[in-house]
Design a protein around this ligand. Sequence first.
Ligand code: URA
Length: 283
Amino acid sequence: MATVRVNPLQRLWLREIGIDKTWLRAPAPGDAAAVPVPAGSAMAPAVEPPVPPAPVAKLAPAMRPESPPARPAKAEPTVVEVAAPGHAGVEVARRVAGQDLAQLEREVFACTACGLCQGRKHSVFGEGARPARWLVVGEAPGEQEDRRGLPFVGRSGQLLDAMLASVGMSRERDVFIANVIKCRPPGNRNPKPEEIAACSPYLMRQIDLIEPDRILVLGRFAAQALLGTDATIGTLRGRRHTLKTGQGREIPVIVSYHPAYLLRSPSEKARAWQDLQLALREA
Ligand code: URA
């Protein structure tokens, strides 16, 4: 196994996110998902990953709980066009079409487009830099996020902040953090298709307005919803996808594990680190 050198600052953050140096490995032959960790600098990876050919897929949410990674059996769709909103989202999409971020935020705070509004303390619009270099997309607010009205403020959020810091990013300066779903599903259950349909126009408008250079999408649910696929996270991560927006922009999308999953399965943090490196390379 190749030895990987990291600089002292990197080492501090890698320790913070729980990655021991021995977890960082160069890819084994035939290991398509593994990306080499750069020697010396967190910002300058040495080797470009292969970018597979890109068929077109439509946005079609699918939901399954996080599961252990699987080796890709085949290349899944990597170029996604933002599809017309589903029935529940048509009215929302029409309303937000011309809105700026401040108007959109007010719209989300007052939203009653699906039943989730009945149980929420706060809707969670998202927070961070505007415009932002990266847009990080999670699933939906949890209990603490619902209480505070901010994304990723619990333990997952602490890990996410440390992961971002390990690649020189912060939510104040570089990154906007949002969720596919803006209101907490009761008991943190998986969002329903009609809830995703109703809420998706908000995320799509956020993407248009925040104009990120790339999107880092966290966890199976968010990746499947954004990329319109039911592919496993193991087939989706480790390579670049592209989101074609309604405005004709093409934004690289990198899929990684949800921080909550990483807290449960710390040995996967090394792969998450590889995903961050891949996202950096797409700069
Ligand atoms: N998990 C998410 O996906 N989003 C949050 O905002 C918090 C936890």
